[in-house]
Design a protein around this ligand. Structure first.
Ligand SMILES: [Zn+2]
Length: 426
């Protein structure tokens, strides 16, 4: 498959990474105005993992400020703007969207990273891949669409269609792989049931999810797999960074494509590398996107550092459980650290719950939360009990009318924050 070629050579993965990193650093410190400033005076080359600490972190805040100071695209675009062929922007949930351009070569790199995702999911040229996604300015499945073609499989776009039309198209074209967000997969299954389409026995064999952490949450994954009678694979990527991670046949977490990315996991307070078994913030460096390089980027995603390799045989860094939270999503409710991902993991253990949302609010100067669900009355108490057991926190569960909560195709926004002091929101 070629996936692990690098590791098997005598050079070794680390040496390969650092050779590429030093090439990138040399290049960026000369030709990229954003990094020229940041890397000024830092002794190069970087020889080992500890040396990485010499390099400054890059943050989204910094990129946003740079883009404001140097409109419209900012200085991290290494080449003159006429060299760029792709435009994307972040969803801008916490401020202005960030504009990110790619040159032909950088975009080619993106596509190749997606080919690795597809290979890890066992997709072959015999597959017909259905992309249930509206192709807009978000990076979403754009690179997937082209990666599918590069692999030699058939790419069927499902943009600007209703869920019903998408289901019909999937069935009529005998699609074997479905690509969408985990929230949307659940929604599609709901619509299928409503209109009497039997997706459980349909041609769909695999689902590749992206855009939300759901695909790596066991309860979400199981629910989607049961509804579709298919196996689910997860993928993670970021507009600023690239398509960096994917799940494997073991399905219990994500691998980072270390051929193209250097992984660090840091304590967000001390900024030091965490120890095995500890949680920390994922920091990534991309090695092949010269049109928009990213060095020691603080992703804001919380992951667990595991030293042992995954039993699947892929030697790349394994992140058990995938992205377990967002640094800026964490809230403290009555002294307990809560990530929405952990709430969702519990809610999805109840397949009867069709949709939900989380509401944070302030009462008697205390931050509180409640969960609203669409589902049968009898599930309310069971869910409240399980939340209390798992989180050690009494959380109110409220039933709302069926169909009253929003369904999502893109990144789901299931949190309503009515707290007086939104301390952890950046
Ligand atoms: Zn694996």
């Amino acid at each position: 498959m070629g996936l692990h070629q690098v590791h098997e050579t005598s050079v070794g993965l680390r040496d390969f990474q650092f050779q590429r990193l030093n090439e990138l650093l040399l290049f960026a410190s000369r030709f990229n105005k954003f990094y020229k400033e940041k890397l000024d005076g830092i002794p190069l080359p970087i020889k080992d993992f500890q040396d990485l600490k010499r390099l400054p972190f890059t943050t989204k805040k910094e990129l946003a400020k740079d883009q404001m100071d140097f409109p419209p695209f900012g200085r991290n675009h290494t080449y003159p703007v006429e060299n760029y062929i792709r435009y994307h922007q972040t969803s801008g949930t916490t401020g202005r969207p960030l504009k990110v351009l790619d040159t032909r070569k950088s975009w080619d790199w993106w596509i190749q990273c997606w080919v690795e995702v597809l290979k890890s999911a066992g997709v072959t040229r015999a597959d017909r891949c259905y992309l249930a996604f509206s192709f807009g300015p978000f990076i979403g499945f754009w690179a997937a669409y082209e990666g599918i073609q590069r692999l030699g499989a058939l790419a069927i776009p499902g943009g600007s269609m209703s869920s019903e039309e998408r289901l019909n198209s999937m069935i009529q074209n005998s699609a074997t792989v479905l690509l969408c967000t985990p929230s949307y997969a659940l929604h599609l299954a709901e619509v299928a049931e409503k209109i009497g389409v039997d997706i459980q026995n349909s041609s769909i064999q695999k689902i590749i999810t992206a855009g939300e952490p759901g695909g790596s949450i066991p309860s979400v994954r199981k629910q989607i797999e049961n509804l579709f009678g298919a196996k689910l694979y997860d993928h993670v990527g970021m507009t600023e960074m690239g398509a960096y991670g994917y799940s494997c046949r073991e399905q219990n977490g994500l691998h980072v494509n270390e051929k193209e990315f250097i992984v660090e996991i840091i304590d967000p307070e001390t900024l030091e590398h965490v120890k095995p078994g500890e949680k920390g913030e994922l920091v990534l460096t991309n090695l092949g996107r010269y049109g928009y390089p990213m060095i020691r980027y603080r992703t804001g995603d919380i992951v667990i550092y595991q030293e042992n390799p995954c039993p699947c045989g892929n030697p790349y860094q394994f992140l058990p459980g995938g992205l377990v939270g967002r640094a800026d999503d964490m809230v403290v409710i009555r002294g307990v650290n809560i990530y929405p991902t952990s709430i969702e993991a519990i809610i999805r253990e109840f397949p009867e719950i069709k949709e939900f949302r989380i509401i944070y609010y302030t009462e008697h100067e205390m931050d509180q939360m409640k969960v609203q669900i669409e589902g049968p009355e009898n599930v309310v108490e069971s869910l409240a009990r399980l939340l209390r057991v798992r989180l050690g926190l009494r959380i109110e569960v409220e039933r709302v009318e069926d169909g009253s909560l929003t369904r999502f195709e893109m990144k789901a926004r299931r949190i309503i924050d009515k707290r007086k002091n939104k301390s952890k929101v950046t």
